[in-house]
Ligand binder design. Structure first.
Ligand SMILES: [Zn+2]
Length: 680
C-alpha cells in the first residue's frame, strides 16, 4: 500500500509531508490514547469523532504498538524507546526507571504547561510516567481491601471532565495534554445508549463511548478557537483478540488483532494523507518533539512519522507476558510484507497475501527467516538495553537477608529455560480457561473457580501464575493450611518472586502464623523494596501484635510507595491513632478521603478522633458517610449512636444501638457494647 494524498497540494515538499507550522510559536499538543482499541474499529461509523479528525489529518493504516500491554506500550509511546531499551516489558513490575526522558519532560523543559489524565491504575504515577507533567491526574478508585488491582479504572467521561477542567487557562504557554481512555478494556460494560448505538455488541459500545469522550475534547478545542494552533495525535495502545487465533483479550499472543492500532496525527494547515507503510508507536514521541520544534533526546527513536515517503521500516514488537504462564516470550519483526513471530516455534507470515496470519510459511522460507531473526536480535540488544535479569542471581546482601529469614537464598535460578518453553499460541484454550476462573475468583466465587484452577496447576507445573492462583483459590475457599503448604513450595521453587512471598504472608496470617507471615513480608521487601503490598502487610501484622510504632513506620513506607492507595492511608491513620498521635492520624484519614470520599474506614476514623476530642456533633456526618456505602458496618453504627448520645440526643442514640444489634454477631464487641449502652 502506498501513501495517498487526499487533498492535492500545489507545492511539492521535499522531505516533510507537513509544512512546518508557519507561526514561530510552538503548537499545543493533545495526545489521546484509547486503551484496547482495535485498528479495525475506526472508520466504520462507530467512531465519528476520530473519523472526523482522520479526514483532515494523517491516517496511519498499518501502525503497531510495541507491546500488547498497557504500561509497556505507553512507556514506548511516551519515551520513544522500545521495551528492551526502556526495560518496561510487563504491567506492574517496577515501572520506568529514571534516565529515560519522556515527551512530557522534553515539552516541559521547552516551556510547555503539561497535564496528564489517566483512566486506569496500571498507569498510576508510581509506574514512572509522571515525570515532566505539572499535573498527573491518576485519581482512579482503588479496591477497598487495599489490594493491588492493575485493572482498577475511571470512566472516560470522568477522565475528560478532569482534562476539561485543566485545559482552559490564562497561562500564555502552549499546553501538552495527555488523555488516556480505558473504557474499551475488558470488562465491557458501556452505558446503555452506546451499547444500543453499537448494535448491542458490548466491546463496540465501549469504543463508541470512548469516541464520544474524544469528541468532547475536540469540541472544546473548536469552541475555544485553539484548533488551528493544536497538533492532535490519537492512538490505541494495543488491540483486543475478541476470539481471533483463540485469544479473547490481549497480551498473551502477538498477532495483529492485538498489535495493530489506529493512529491519526493532525497538524494545523497540513495536507491530509493516508499512510499504508508499517510504522510503530515508538516513533510518536520523537515526531511530537519535532512538531514542537524541540530537540529529541538521544534515547528517543528518530524515525519521524511526518517524513514523506515513510519508506520501509523494521517494526519491532514483543510480549513477555507468556512467561508468567511458563510459556515462551514472543518477539516480533514486521518488515515490508513479512512478519516474524519468534519463540521456540518460529512463525512467519506473508501479510500481503495472508493478513489474518493463518498460514505459517516459516519452513518454506528459511533464508528469509534467518535474516529476519538476525535483525530481530540486533534490535533487542541495541545500545541502551538494561542488562537482562534472566539468569542473574540475587545480590549477596539480599541473599543473606533471605537466608537470615529462613529461606533459600535464590542464588541459582530455577526458572524453566525460555528456549524449551512452549509457544503460547499452542495453549490458548488453557489461558482462556484461566482468565475465566481468575475473574470468578476476583468476583468472590472461589468455589466455582477452584476445579478449573486445580486442572491448570496440574497441567502446567512450570507456571508460577497458575500455581499461585490455585493456592489463592484454596485459601479463599477456607482451605488455608493446604494453601500455606503450596506457597511454601512455590517460594522454594521461585525464590526471587517477591509477590509469592507476599502471598505466602497473607495465607500464613490467615492460618494464624503471624511470625511466619512477618518473615515472608520481610523477604518480599528484601527482594523488592518497592513492594507496597508487602510493606502494608507488615504493618497489619505489627498492629495485630500491638507494635503500633513499628506498624506506623511500615504504613508510612507503604503510602510512600503507593501514595494513591486510600486503604494504606487509612491503615496509617489507625496506627497513628493507636499511638495517640491524633493530629497525624487525622491527616492520614483526610488524605484517604481525598483519594476516595466514600472510604468507610477513613470516615469512621475521623469520626472517632472527633468524639475523642469532645466534638461529637462534628463526628456525626463522618459516621453517616461511613455508613452510606457500608450500612452493615457495625463499628461505625455503634460510634454514630455514641456521637448522638454525647450530643444529648438519646432517642437517636438508642435507635442506632438497636440497629447494631440487628447487624452485629451477638458475641462481637459492638453487640455487647450496644446492648450495655441500651440498658443503661
Ligand atoms: Zn492497554
Amino acid at each position: 500500500m502506498k501513501r495517498v494524498a487526499v487533498i492535492a497540494s500545489l507545492v511539492v515538499i521535499a522531505c516533510t509531508r507537513t509544512p512546518p507550522l508557519t507561526s514561530a510559536a510552538p503548537p499545543n499538543i493533545l495526545l489521546i490514547t484509547i486503551d484496547t482499541l482495535r485498528a479495525d474499529r475506526v472508520g466504520r461509523g462507530l467512531t465519528p469523532s476520530i473519523d472526523r479528525l482522520a479526514v483532515r489529518g494523517t491516517r496511519f493504516t498499518n501502525a503497531r504498538a510495541t507491546v500488547p500491554l498497557t504500561l509497556p506500550s505507553h512507556v514506548s509511546i511516551m519515551t520513544g524507546e522500545l521495551p528492551p531499551q526502556s526495560g518496561v516489558r510487563v504491567n506492574g513490575a517496577g515501572g520506568l526507571a529514571a534516565g529515560h526522558p519522556t515527551i512530557a519532560r522534553v515539552l516541559k523543559d521547552g516551556g510547555y504547561r503539561t497535564g496528564a489524565f489517566v483512566g486506569a491504575y496500571v498507569l498510576d504515577k508510581r509506574f514512572g510516567l509522571a515525570d515532566g507533567f505539572d499535573l498527573y491526574d491518576d485519581r482512579v478508585e482503588r479496591d477497598p481491601s487495599g489490594a493491588v488491582i492493575l485493572e482498577a479504572e475511571r470512566r472516560g467521561d470522568a477522565v475528560v471532565n478532569a482534562a476539561l477542567a485543566w485545559l482552559p487557562s490564562s497561562d500564555p504557554r502552549p499546553f501538552f495534554a495527555w488523555v488516556h481512555l480505558y473504557d474499551p478494556h475488558a470488562p465491557y460494560d458501556p452505558p446503555a445508549k452506546y451499547l444500543a448505538r453499537a448494535k448491542n455488541i458490548p466491546y463496540d459500545g465501549e469504543v463508541a463511548f470512548a469516541d464520544a469522550q474524544v469528541g468532547r475534547v475536540l469540541d472544546w478545542l473548536t469552541s475555544s478557537g485553539l484548533e488551528s494552533r493544536t497538533v492532535i495525535a490519537i492512538a490505541g495502545d494495543h488491540g483486543e483478540g475478541l476470539g481471533d487465533h483463540g485469544e479473547l483479550t490481549h497480551g498473551m499472543l502477538a498477532y495483529d488483532s492485538t498489535l495493530r492500532v489506529p493512529l491519526v496525527i493532525t497538524v494545523p494547515g497540513a495536507v491530509a494523507a493516508t499512510v499504508g507503510e508499517a510504522v510503530s508507536l515508538v516513533d510518536l514521541a520523537g515526531t511530537l518533539a519535532e512538531l514542537a520544534h524541540r530537540p529529541r533526546p538521544a534515547t528517543m527513536h528518530a524515525q519521524s512519522l511526518m517524513r514523506a515517503p515513510i519508506g520501509e521500516r523494521d517494526v519491532y514488537a514483543e510480549t513477555d507476558y507468556p512467561r508468567a504462564a511458563g510459556w515462551h516470550s514472543l518477539r516480533v519483526l514486521v518488515a515490508d510484507r513479512w512478519k516474524l513471530i519468534a519463540s521456540s516455534e518460529p512463525e512467519l507470515y506473508d501479510l500481503r497475501v495472508d493478513p489474518g496470519e493463518t498460514r505459517n510459511v516459516a519452513s518454506d522460507r528459511s533464508p528469509w527467516l534467518a535474516g529476519l531473526s538476525t535483525r530481530l536480535r540486533e534490535i533487542e540488544s541495541a545500545p541502551g538495553a538494561p542488562p537482562s535479569s534472566a539468569g542473574a542471581s540475587v545480590p549477596t546482601d539480599v541473599a543473606e537477608r533471605l537466608r537470615a529469614l529462613g529461606y533459600v537464598s535464590g542464588g541459582s535460578s530455577t526458572d524453566v529455560r525460555d528456549d524449551r518453553a512452549p509457544n503460547p499460541a499452542r495453549h490458548l484454550a488453557a489461558w482462556n480457561a484461566f482468565e475465566r476462573d481468575l475473574s470468578r475468583l476476583a468476583a468472590g466465587d472461589a468455589r466455582r473457580a477452584l476445579p478449573g484452577l486445580i486442572r491448570l496447576a496440574r497441567a502446567f507445573p512450570d507456571s508460577p501464575l497458575f500455581q499461585s492462583t490455585y493456592a489463592r483459590a484454596l485459601k479463599d475457599t477456607g482451605r488455608v493450611t493446604e494453601a500455606f503448604d503450596i506457597y511454601k513450595r512455590l517460594v522454594a521453587r521461585w525464590p526471587r518472586n517477591a509477590d509469592l512471598y507476599h502471598d505466602l504472608a497473607v495465607v500464613a496470617a490467615a492460618a494464624g502464623l503471624p511470625k511466619e507471615a512477618a518473615r515472608a513480608e520481610q523477604a518480599a521487601l528484601a527482594l523488592e523494596p518497592s513492594n507496597a503490598a508487602a510493606a502494608n502487610g507488615l504493618g497489619l501484622l505489627h498492629i495485630e501484635s500491638g507494635r503500633t510504632s513499628d506498624a506506623a513506620a511500615a504504613f508510612e513506607q507503604a503510602v510512600k510507595l503507593d501514595p494513591s492507595n486510600a486503604t494504606f492511608w487509612t491503615n496509617l491513620g489507625n496506627a497513628r491513632r493507636a499511638e495517640g498521635n491524633a493530629a497525624a492520624a487525622e491527616q492520614a484519614y483526610r488524605k484517604a478521603l481525598e483519594l476516595n470520599p466514600r472510604h468507610a474506614d477513613a470516615a469512621n476514623g475521623i469520626g472517632v478522633l472527633l468524639v475523642q476530642a469532645h466534638r461529637a456533633g462534628e463526628a456525626i456526618p463522618f459516621f453517616e458517610r461511613a455508613l452510606a456505602g457500608s450500612p452493615r458496618f457495625a463499628e461505625a453504627r455503634l460510634n454514630l449512636g455514641i456521637a448522638y448520645q454525647e450530643s444529648g440526643n438519646s432517642d437517636r442514640a438508642a435507635e442506632q444501638y438497636r440497629r447494631v444489634l440487628e447487624v452485629a454477631p451477638p458475641r462481637s464487641r459492638e453487640y455487647q457494647a450496644a446492648s450495655a449502652l441500651l440498658n443503661k
